[in-house]
Design a protein around this ligand. Structure first.
Ligand code: HEM
Length: 152
């Protein structure tokens, strides 16, 4: 990401801060509409708390774009936990589409092509780190259980 893209993401995120909770509500509504497979993952979830967690995590990630080293290990942990929730690669694409759609609705005139490109980059960066960490954890799990079981 270029410094200009980081600036665009930070500025537009600030613009949305006052309506973050409503935007998160719109996001999940849109997600469940475009990809009904995601709905079952949240069947036992307190969605009020979940909306807060999502926007807090995005805020943390956006704040950390200049500090990628610290950010990466946290986002990797998040990705491994998501593998545990049963999240698939295809669902990452749906979440990306729902996120960009929500930002577009919220930002309206401020949603310009460079802003769209910058947010696409951010989501690809974060979801790429999450997916890679999840895939690595799954590969390790498929290698390790047998010798471990044999040893006990
Ligand atoms: C950049 C992408 C994402 C971010 C920042 C994010 C953020 C979070 C956060 C902060 C939590 C709280 C629990 C934890 O920290 O482990 C969470 C839980 C969860 N997320 Fe995500 N998430 C992302 C992508 C996805 C995707 C692609 C899916 C698939 C539909 C998904 C489904 C879930 C589910 C099912 C939970 C658990 C809910 C529960 O506790 O019942 N997330 N997410």
């Amino acid at each position: 990401m270029t410094p200009e893209q980081k600036r665009l993401v930070r500025d537009t995120w600030k613009q949305l801060a006052p309506v973050a909770d409503a935007a998160a509500g719109m996001f999940y509504h849109r997600l469940f509409e475009i990809d009904p497979t995601t709905r079952t993952l949240f069947r036992a979830t307190d969605m009020v708390a979940q909306r807060k967690k999502l926007s807090q995590t995005l805020a943390f990630a956006i704040g950390g774009l200049d500090n990628l080293d610290t950010l990466v290990s946290k986002v990797e942990d998040l990705g491994r936990r998501h593998a545990g929730y049963g999240v698939t690669d295809a669902q990452y694409d749906s979440v990306g589409a729902a996120l960009l759609w929500t930002l577009e609705q919220g930002l309206d005139q401020a949603w310009t092509p460079p802003v769209a490109a910058a947010w696409t980059e951010v989501y690809q960066l974060l979801s790429g780190i999450m997916r890679n960490a999840a895939a690595r954890a799954e590969r390790l799990q498929s290698v390790w259980p047998a010798p471990f079981e044999a040893a006990v």
